[in-house]
Design a protein around this ligand. Sequence first.
Ligand SMILES: [Zn+2]
Length: 200
Amino acid sequence: MNILNVVKVFMWRACHNALATKSNLQHPKITEDPLCPVCGIKVETTWHVLWSCPVAKDIWSRCNRKTQKSSVNQEEFMLIWEELLQHLNIEDMELMAVVARQIWFCRKAFVHGNKINSTINVVGSAEESLEAYQEVNSRKNEVAKRRNSQDLRWEAPKNDFVKVNWDAAVDLNRNKGRGDQKRWNGRGSGDFVIVKSLHY
Ligand SMILES: [Zn+2]
């Protein structure tokens, strides 16, 4: 998937039920209240947080038509993700991954006393950040491709041949050229400077 590594890590944690939801924190008795702090109705599981909580539902409903039409009835986030993978294309899944992470941060902000901003903004900012990342990524790939195609590798000369690479600069006023030996590789080794007079 062409998404940030932090989003991949988030999705891996979501699918493996490794997010710090109340349900997951309940086992070591870290929290006594297992209910979702946003709706206060259901136990805060990964599935509820990212899929069935009214806030999550509202955000998904604004995401795109295909997501709206996906009637997934699983109660494990990994099963939901697997089912969606069968129906949606990779671009839709990439956006869904970014939106899922945005939902998580949206809730965290709410828990820390901030209001949940417009759910329209959540989807919009997810789309913008995904687009920006993919654009930068494709530029990087282009540059890397160009570099690779220009990467002329040095090869050792055959026996009885000497390879000389050199650059030269010409002083037009003094009619003299100066060449600097850049690399010497053959049998034996050494550095030297070539100085040659040019006559026009
Ligand atoms: Zn809820």
